[in-house]
Design a protein. Structure first.
Length: 400
């Protein structure tokens, strides 16, 4: 197995941190969440890497001012955010399209409330990030999943089933994940065109969660629904995104709701003030602006570490050919099927008691994925190597 390159070793040495006893959900809630504080946490999607130096400097300077009153979003924030989007993904944004929230999950709940009525069916493509389903159920709507197809060529959208669902049900909203968490797919433009064309044909609003947009195995793979077919469907879509996944800023509570269509913006503005009115996160905006402006080199090294971690996991588990590791095109999350070696009813004991790991379980993403686990690769390579070795050792033992 190849060693981590010298520049990436330096990145890990400079930015990797021990998060134990720092009120970290990932590390310090293991007893509460899994009943065992000794597990190696490979679950919730944040990192063991400090955010870029420029971000910490910007925060320190702002904190030293000592005043945290009501604040505006400066034009410089939009400039930095828009430049990042344009240079990284070819997305051209306008200031009046952007609204702010405290996180993409909060926005998912708001989207369901705004765009549907109690009792409505809302479509998602499972397996998918479980707050999608929670936002639907918690708002007294019904989850209607058009399950992704899984085969030798990886995960794919079942377009035939999607059209049948739109045709035979009254669907107002499709919540879409791009890149897809947990299966790691970056949808091609052709796939996105099919989805958007069906939504337009059947009058379905598409909300796209693009929070993982910056994580591309190959630069240029990701295509936002905002730019599909040269922006043909721009007014049909609403995009949710945030700097939190890219720069490890989740606790600073700053995210974006992007609505190109002016009539939808007017409707959203009227709606959102009925459920919450917020001035946004001052420190979240300070951190994000610095990150978008100066964090590119840091992020590119991080992508290299994630790619290395994925190669370690894949190569280690390749010794057990029955185990399937999903192709990681986007996100920093590996989706692994342990069937047929580990049965669904024995998965928790295998992962936690035999391997000593805390993971996200496939059943959280889809009731059909009961033999899957999701592993977070945005961490120190030593943790990934340990997790992979434990899994491989116990899987081999089970096969005997």
């Amino acid at each position: 197995m190849a060693e981590l390159s010298r520049d990436l070793q330096e990145f890990v040495a400079n930015y990797s941190v021990d998060r134990r006893n720092t009120d970290s959900l990932k590390w310090d809630a293991l007893q509460e969440r899994y009943g065992d504080p000794t597990l190696l946490p490979m679950w919730v999607a944040d990192m063991e890497f400090q955010t870029p130096v420029a971000v910490r400097q910007a925060l320190t300077e702002r904190v030293q001012q000592g005043v945290f009153g009501y604040s505006l979003t400066p034009d410089s924030y939009y400039e930095a955010f828009f430049q990042w989007q344009k240079e990284r993904h070819g997305i051209t944004l306008q200031k009046d399209w952007v609204r702010f929230d405290t996180g993409v999950v909060n926005s998912l709940y708001a989207m369901v409330k705004w765009l549907t009525d109690p009792g409505d069916e809302v479509v998602i493509l499972q397996p998918v990030y479980y707050p999608f389903a929670n936002a639907i159920k918690d708002n007294d709507r019904k989850v209607l999943s058009v399950d992704l197809l899984s085969g030798d060529k990886g995960w794919a959208i079942d377009f035939e089933a999607l059209e049948k669902t739109f045709k035979h049900h009254t669907i107002k909203l499709l919540i879409f994940c791009s890149p897809h968490n947990p299966v790691g797919r970056i949808w091609t433009e052709a796939e996105l065109v099919k989805v958007l064309a069906l939504c337009r044909q059947y009058g379905v609003q598409l909300v796209s969660d693009e929070i993982h947009q910056d994580y591309e195995a190959e630069l240029g793979q990701f295509k936002s629904v905002l730019t599909v077919a040269d922006g043909t469907y721009q007014d049909d879509v609403i995009v949710l995104t945030a700097p939190s996944k890219t720069f490890n800023l989740a606790a600073l509570l700053n995210s974006h709701v992007i609505i190109p269509d002016p009539d939808k913006r007017e409707s959203y503005d009227a709606f959102i003030k009925t459920i919450h009115q917020t001035e946004g996160s001052l420190l979240g905006r300070v951190a994000a602006e610095a990150a978008y402006r100066h964090g590119g080199p840091w992020f590119d090294k991080l992508r290299g570490v994630i790619a290395y971690n994925y190669s370690v996991l894949k190569e280690t588990l390749a010794e057990i050919p029955e185990v399937k590791v999903a192709d990681l095109q986007g996100t920093y999350l590996a989706y692994v099927d342990l069937a047929p070696i580990v049965p669904a009813d024995g998965l928790t004991d295998f992962v936690q008691k035999a391997c000593g790991l805390a993971v996200d379980y496939g059943a959280w993403f889809s009731p059909k994925d009961k033999t899957y686990i999701r592993l977070n690769l945005a961490t120190d390579p030593k943790y990934v190597a340990t997790a992979a070795d434990r899994l491989a050792e116990q899987l081999k033992f089970r096969k005997k």
